[in-house]
Design a protein around this ligand. Structure first.
Ligand code: 7TS
Length: 414
């Protein structure tokens, strides 16, 4: 495999990065593994694995409760991860970071809690580009409150139709819930402009940052968003942990999401009072070890730098895209102007699942299906796609391995 460190990015060395990821160095079906499913979940560097082992071996106890040293050390490590998450997205204060199980839970928290303010006739605007996790929680709360969910459409390239968005937003709009980056095509949405339009009608904006946080620097203050949700496992951390940023003055007024230990001030038979954010929204024993791994993943990304990571991934994905576009039998879904390193495609005459299975025979791991984004599939009139998504550890040689495996698929279905 060729090293890709270029003169433009002297500090980015893909072979050094690859050496940190134990799982990548194996054969699948007799071929070197080419892992191209990072959009579903990223692989974990040794540094993350080690941080989790280390806290379990040396500093583990329940957090926030014990007066003893171990519990204090575990609490310090857990809370340090909150601080790292806050810095990672330039949140104004670490108390504006709520630990969640992942982006899905973060979005559900906002829908279930903030959504209680919705009434009949109120509108929530989302888009056709969303993952189901930024659609279904809004449908559930809208049904409960008598509100409506509207979908801003995309154009034929897979970009958000901003004129259509402008015509949907009105003083009936109370919540705008959009993805920062679409998981199917990598479309980057103009979040800052959407936030400006949202605030102009007095509504709040939630951004699903799942597919942005691993690939580009995020600054929630510069974007001027009210909520920002992302998942640990997509930024090279563990599953079971994520972060939800909430604008402090909005969080202060939100009712709890779940009740239980850790989130209360007092509990009497007649009723309970709740802690201030973020603890008000973190009922029960949290994912302690996972939070530590999440913090280690943020450290790892920041030691490399998101600018270098994003530039490298875009290079590799563009190489793959050029190779696939040269094949007349391949149909690539969308061509949005601003995009990250994701490529959804079909081979004419073949089902996406069959394409995925043949690629796996050649060691190439891609996802095949609807990618939890049925409205996107409907918009393009397809049932499913194969999707190659690139992370910091992928190489141009792997983009070529993908193209060779797709060429083989075409031969088989030819
Ligand atoms: N939002 C987006 C844009 C996503 O891509 C995903 C997961 C989620 C939300 C949900 O994240 P979770 O960590 O709470 O599950 N996306 C994918 C995917 O593209 N393939 O598998 C999971």
């Amino acid at each position: 495999m060729t090293a890709l460190a270029s003169a433009a990015r002297p500090n980015f060395d893909v072979e050094t990065i690859r050496a940190d990821f134990p799982i990548l160095h194996q054969q699948i079906n007799g071929h070197d593994l080419v892992f191209l499913d990072t959009a579903a979940s990223a692989q974990k560097p040794r540094q993350v694995i080690q941080a989790m082992v280390d806290v379990m071996e040396n500093d583990y106890a329940n957090v926030h409760r014990g007066v003893y040293a171990l519990s204090q050390r575990a609490t310090d490590k857990f809370e340090a991860a909150r601080g790292k998450a806050a810095k990672f997205i330039n949140a104004p204060h670490e108390d504006s970071i709520i630990f969640s199980r992942g982006a899905t839970e973060g979005i559900n928290l906002v829908a279930a809690s903030y959504g209680q303010r919705l009434g009949p006739g109120d509108e929530i605007i989302t888009t056709e580009l969303e993952h189901h996790s930024n659609i279904v929680p809004w449908q559930i709360i809208a049904e409960k409150q008598g509100a409506k969910v509207l979908f801003a459409p995309m154009d034929d390239n897979g970009a958000l139709d901003m004129d259509a968005f402008r015509s949907l937003i009105s003083n009936r709009t109370k919540i705008v819930a959009v993805t920062h980056v679409a998981n199917t095509m990598g479309t980057v949405l103009p979040v800052q402009e959407i936030a400006r339009l949202t605030h102009a009608v007095g509504a709040v904006i939630l951004v699903d940052g799942c597919q942005a946080a691993p690939h580009m620097p995020v600054d929630v203050q510069a974007l001027d968003v009210d909520f920002y949700a992302f998942s640990g496992h997509k930024i090279y951390g563990p599953t079971g942990i994520g972060a939800l940023y909430g604008r402090p003055e909005i969080l202060a007024d939100m009712p709890p999401y779940q009740g239980g230990g850790e989130m209360i001030e007092t509990v009497e038979k007649t009723g309970s009072t709740y802690k201030e954010p973020p603890h008000r929204f973190e009922a029960g024993t949290p994912a302690i070890v996972e939070a530590v791994g999440f913090g280690a993943a943020i450290d790892y990304i920041q030691s490399i730098g998101l600018e270098g990571i994003g530039a490298h991934e875009t290079d590799v994905a563009a190489h793959a895209e050029a190779l696939l576009r040269a094949m007349p039998e391949v149909e690539i879904m969308g061509a949005p102007g601003a995009k990250t390193s994701v490529l959804s495609f079909n081979v004419k005459g073949a089902h996406a699942h069959d394409v995925g299975t043949i690629l796996d025979q050649m060691g190439v791991a891609v996802r095949a299906g609807q990618h939890c984004a049925q409205p996107v599939m409907d918009r393009f009139g397809v049932h499913a796609t194969a999707r190659a998504s690139f992370g910091m550890y992928n190489t141009k040689a792997e983009a070529e391995a993908l193209a060779a495996a797709v060429a083989k698929t075409i031969e088989i279905f030819g």
